[in-house]
Design a protein around this ligand. Structure first.
Ligand code: AMP
Length: 249
């Protein structure tokens, strides 16, 4: 079984992002970029399926600027066999990304597509679902466990206050939740080997996909700064402040 893994280049989760002064977006100048954490979990799951002898090939795919090759090389170092970069310098919406991924699914005829549940930059949580609609494949979102038996895949989903297990008939789409697995680190020899693995570059035009957007970001704002806390001397003072100042009791 061939697995396609979608990998997005995002601002590293350790970076404290700064909103641009004009509110048009986030300042990306000299900011450390990394693979989206949920995509790392997606790569790890694909690698585990290959180690179990269930997957025969793992193809990592990213849509983004030429620099996204770095994240694809990381996926290759973690165990993907080859990579595809769909190069675009535009800021693409989820639907455009899903259409591009659909074109790759058609080209590669992969049986399973694993995506993160969410990209930590735009927090969209919709690319996997849109790809599900475009391909007509079964989908299991927010996966915390994945088991494959023949042409069926059982996905345990994290839902509010519990778990739900669904059976999907392959081909299918899975989006990863945090508890699915703990991604490994790439070893130095594997980082070196990854440099020689194939990385193909395509363009939206070559795939015949229009990336015109129907959504425009109007404004980006940083969260309101929190005022400093105070230390109260007694429970009575706390109750008095909650009642008369915060007015929450
Ligand atoms: P989102 O719907 O934007 O929150 O992203 C959910 C998942 O879709 C990500 O974790 C990736 O697996 C995939 N994805 C989103 N954007 C891209 C992209 N530009 N390139 C590759 N995969 C992407």
């Amino acid at each position: 079984m061939k697995i396609l893994v979608a990998v997005k280049r995002v601002v590293d989760y350790n970076v404290k992002v700064r909103v641009k002064a004009d509110g048009s977006g986030v300042d990306l100048a000299n900011v450390k970029m990394a693979m989206n954490p949920f995509c790392e979990i997606a790569v790890e799951e694909a690698v585990r399926l290959k180690e179990k002898g269930i997957a025969s090939e793992i193809v990592a795919v990213s849509v983004g600027p030429a620099a996204a090759q770095e994240q694809l090389r990381t996926a290759l170092a973690l165990g993907a066999d080859r990579a595809i970069l769909i190069e675009s310098d535009e800021e693409l919406g989820s639907l455009a990304v899903a259409k591009l991924l659909k074109a790759v699914v058609d080209k590669e005829q992969s049986q399973l597509v694993i995506l993160g549940k969410q990209a930590i930059d735009s927090d969209n949580n919709q690319t996997g679902q849109m790809l599900g609609a475009l391909t007509g494949y079964a989908q299991g979102t927010f996966a915390s466990k994945v088991e494959i038996a023949g042409d069926q895949i059982n996905v345990t989903r994290e839902i509010d206050g519990g778990l739900q297990t669904v059976a999907l008939k392959l081909p299918a789409i899975v989006t990863t939740d945090l508890r699915l697995n703990e991604p490994r680190y790439a070893s130095l020899p594997n980082i070196m080997k990854a440099k020689k693995k194939p990385l193909e570059t395509l363009t939206p035009d070559a795939l015949g996909v229009s990336t015109a957007s129907t959504v425009k970001t109007l404004k980006v704002e940083a969260p309101a700064t929190r005022s400093a806390g105070i230390i109260v001397k007694s429970v009575a003072e706390l109750v008095e402040k909650l009642k008369n100042e915060a007015k929450v009791i």
